[in-house]
Design a binder for this molecule. Structure first.
Ligand code: AMP
Ligand code: GLY
Length: 422
C-alpha cells in the first residue's frame, strides 16, 4: 500500500513509525515531513495546508490511504477534498473538525447536549465583553474562537489582565479572524488528563490516557507551549473516572455530533480537567495531540494502520484497540528561547543509538547533517514497565542527544508520580 501522512512534526513521525510496523505499508510519504524522518518516509515538499497540491500528489502517486494529522488542514477540508478524489482518509471532514476549529461551536454543543464543561459566555462585541468582565469571577479564562496555534487561551488572574486579553483579541486582532468572537469561561481547577480516542461515529475506543506538560519551564512556570513532554498512562485517570468519562463525555459527544449531522471519524482528543465536581471538558481537538502521540502510540499493541482503515470504513466496532501495561515518558528537546524567538541551524548528534522511540520535529537535512530547524526539535520517548523507570530511562536517552542551545524540562512526570503517592 502507498500511504500519505499530512504534517511534519514529532506527532507525524510517531504515526509514521507505527504505521511502518504493518508490512502492507510499502511506501509512506510525508507532506511535508522533515529531514529527521527521511529514514522512515519519503518527504515531499508540499505544505500541510496545500489541499490542491496534496490531492494532485495523491492522484499522481496512486495513494491508497491518507492520514491527515494537523488541525489546520482538517479544519480547511483536506479530508473532504481527498475523499472527493477517491482517496480514503483517516481524519474528520471539515464539518466535524469544527469541534476544534471553533470554540463557540464546541461550547454551544456541550451546553445543548449536557456535556460537562466550564460555564461560559460568548461575545462578538468588545464593549459587551469588557462590561461583562466588570463583575465576572476572577481568575477567568479568555479564549479566541478559532485556531490560534495553541496560543488563543489566556488565564487572567486580574480584571485588568482579562480586559487586556479581550482588547488584544478583539481590537488589536492578535489572532486575526480567530479572535472576532471570543469565549469567556469559568476558571476550573484540578488535574488535567488528555484522552485520545478512535471513533468512526458509531463506537468510540479510548487510547491510553496521558498527561501533557504545556508550560515551558520546570514547576509548570513560564509561557504556554505546544507541549514540553508527556507521560502515559496518567495516574489520575482511574478506572472509575474512565467509566464516568465514557458515559458522561465520550459517548454523548459522538452522539451529539451525529445529531448535528456532523459525524466525527478519526481521532477525537478530549482535554479533560478532573474538577471537584467531576470530569469536565477543557477542550476538544480533532486530531492526535503532540506530544501525547509520542507516548500513546509506542504503547499501542494492535496495528495502527488496521485501526485507521477500520475507522475510515466505519468498522471500528470489530477492530481491537489494545494497549500494553507498560508506561511511557517523552521529553521534548527544544531550541533555547522557544516558544518565543530562537536560533536554528545547529547540528544534532546522537551518541548512542536512541532511534527507537525518538521522534524528530524541527529539523532539516543539509549535506548529510541533521540541523535544528524549529522550536520543538525532537522528542525522546522511553517505554518501561513502570512510570518511574520510563522517566528515568527517557532522561538517560536525552543525555545521548546533543545540539547547541538545547533546552528541555527536567521534571517531566514529576506531577504524575505525586499522584501515585495519594
Ligand atoms: P487549550 O489551548 O484549550 O488546551 O488551553 C490551554 C490550557 O489552558 C489548558 O491545558 C488548561 O491548562 C488551561 N485552561 C483552559 N481552559 C481552562 C479553564 N476553564 N480553567 C482552567 N484552566 C483552563
Ligand atoms: N499537546 C496538546 C495538543 O496537541 O493540543
Amino acid at each position: 500500500m502507498k500511504i500519505m501522512v499530512i504534517g511534519g512534526g514529532g506527532r507525524e513521525h510517531a504515526i509514521i513509525k507505527k504505521i511502518k510496523e504493518n508490512k502492507e505499508a510499502e511506501t509512506i510519504y510525508a507532506l511535508p515531513g522533515n529531514g529527521g524522518m527521511e529514514k522512515d518516509a519519503v518527504c515531499v515538499d508540499i505544505p500541510a495546508t496545500d489541499i490542491e497540491k496534496a490531492v494532485e500528489f495523491a492522484k499522481n502517486n496512486n495513494i491508497d490511504f491518507a492520514v491527515v494529522a494537523p488541525d489546520d488542514p482538517l479544519v480547511l477540508g483536506m479530508v473532504d477534498a481527498l475523499e472527493k478524489a477517491g482517496v480514503p482518509c483517516f481524519g474528520p471532514r471539515a464539518n466535524a473538525a469544527i469541534i476544534e476549529g471553533s470554540k463557540v461551536f464546541s461550547k454551544n454543543l456541550m451546553k445543548k447536549y449536557n456535556i460537562p464543561t466550564a460555564e461560559y459566555e460568548v461575545f462578538s462585541d468588545m464593549d459587551k465583553a469588557l462590561s461583562y468582565l466588570e463583575t465576572a469571577p476572577i481568575p477567568t479564562v479568555i479564549k479566541a474562537d478559532g485556531l490560534a496555534l495553541g496560543k488563543g487561551v489566556i488565564i487572567a488572574e486580574t480584571r485588568q489582565e482579562a480586559k487586556e486579553a479581550v482588547i488584544s483579541m478583539m481590537k488589536d486582532k492578535k489572532f486575526g479572524k480567530s479572535g472576532e468572537n471570543i469565549v469567556i469561561e469559568e476558571f476550573l481547577t484540578g488535574p488535567e488528563v488528555s484522552v485520545l480516542t478512535f471513533t468512526d461515529g458509531n463506537v468510540v475506543k479510548p487510547m491510553i490516557s496521558s498527561m501533557d506538560h504545556k508550560r515551558a519551564l520546570d514547576g509548570d512556570k513560564g509561557l504556554n507551549t505546544g507541549g514540553m513532554g508527556t507521560v502515559a498512562p496518567n495516574p489520575y485517570y482511574t478506572d472509575d473516572i474512565a467509566k464516568r468519562c465514557m458515559d458522561e463525555i465520550f459517548i454523548p459527544t459522538i452522539k451529539a455530533m451525529n445529531s448535528e449531522g456532523r459525524t466525527f471519524k478519526g481521532c477525537l482528543y478530549f482535554g479533560l480537567m478532573l474538577t471537584p465536581k467531576g470530569p469536565k471538558v477543557i477542550e476538544y481537538n480533532c486530531r492526535f495531540g503532540d506530544p501525547e502521540t509520542q507516548v500513546v502510540l509506542p504503547l499501542l499493541e494492535t496495528d495502527l494502520l488496521t485501526i485507521m482503515m477500520a475507522v475510515s470504513k466505519g468498522e471500528l466496532e470489530n477492530t481491537q484497540v489494545k494497549f500494553s501495561d507498560n508506561s511511557a515518558c517523552c521529553v521534548i528537546m527544544a531550541s533555547k528561547g522557544y516558544p518565543l524567538s530562537y536560533e536554528k541551524g545547529f547540528e544534532i548528534t546522537f551518541k548512542k543509538d536512541v532511534e527507537k522511540y525518538t521522534y524528530i520535529a524541527g529539523a532539516k537535512l543539509e549535506d548529510g547533517k541533521l540541523l535544528t530547524n524549529g522550536g520543538r526539535v525532537l522528542g525522546v520517548t522511553a517505554v518501561e514497565p513502570t512510570l518511574e523507570e520510563a522517566i528515568k530511562s527517557a532522561y538517560e536517552k536525552v543525555k545521548s542527544v546533543s545540539f547547541a542551545n538545547a533546552f528541555y524540562r527536567k521534571d517531566i512526570g514529576t506531577r504524575a508520580l505525586k499522584a501515585k503517592e495519594i
